[in-house]
Design a protein around this ligand. Sequence first.
Ligand code: AHM
Ligand code: MG
Length: 351
Amino acid sequence: MKKSNVDRLITLEEFIIQGQNEFKGATGELSQLLRDIGLAAKIISREVNKAGITNILGVDGSRNVHGENVKKLDIFSNDQMLHALSRSNIVCMVVSEEDDGIIRMQSSSGRYIVHMDPLDGSSNIDVNVSIGTIFSIFMRNSDPADYPTDDDALQKGTKQVAGGYVLYGSSTILVYTTGVGVNMFTLDPSIGEFFLSEKNIQIPEEGTIYSVNEGNYNTWSPGLKKYIAYCKENDKKTNRPYTSRYIGSMVADVHRTLLKGGIFIYPESRKLPNGKLRLMYECNPISYIIEQAGGLSMDQNGRRVMEIEPTHIHQRAPIYVGSKKNVQNCIEHLKKYPKEEPRFIEKAELQ
Ligand code: AHM
Ligand code: MG
């Protein structure tokens, strides 16, 4: 296992406060918000870990072995996050994968807006595979004396003030950025505390792992087919063939990509012309982290994902994210082979 670059024990709380002290003019609100999310993460982590024993996996509304009503984990996580975000009265609006509309919080004068996927990769819950929570934080543009507007919730990823994820894996890990590097915290469940485990994480400039759902191969663009063929070719000089890894949980696949390098792709396809992943609470925060770690996150046209102007809170976006050289190379392939066959069939399923 790679040695940590942290030389003393420092808790998430301490780290957040240190960061706040270094930032002139900080009000402490963002720090409080991050601490609130940290608390929700601990509660979700506890529940994820005991999911098997308490029967929480049951259909929403079913009863567990204790005769108590149980909620599905994704609904439980949504409730926990919403509760955490309402604690300090600093969040005026929340957008969640679990809710169709914008959730207006009681504190309409709060300065922050949070977009979240409370439990990403939920199809993996039943098979004990890693899942995660993803969050993206913005400041509102409208005057806090007024009610927040829908436009406050539709800002480009470049406007994020913080973004992060929690990975419930062999251990629970919280990774976030506020625009000054990426830091990772590991939960010690015995004392319920997150400790800094890696600071200022840098993604390798180039990696040898590609991560994409290859079952969709026939629906891909010619450029992507060519790029994946390139990944599989033999070439000792460039360490090819690359290794293929796909968990099907974005947080887990991206976390591996962040630490080991390579590329994670959820592309546009004939079936899903805008890809599958959601711009506001999946693609944007992940892009922020990877860019802060020195990597790239692009759409199929080589545009930064964080530059996409959002038009809908639940809109989707294709994403090509990871080590700088891998993403550049992939985008070059997409540009080189754009029109060999129609990119999308006529009956494209617009979502
Ligand atoms: P979800 O938000 O419904 O859980 O879906 C998102 C997940 C991502 O975590 C993952 O990268 C992707 O769906 C996997 O999709 P697929 O099964 O099409 O490969
Ligand atoms: Mg999701």
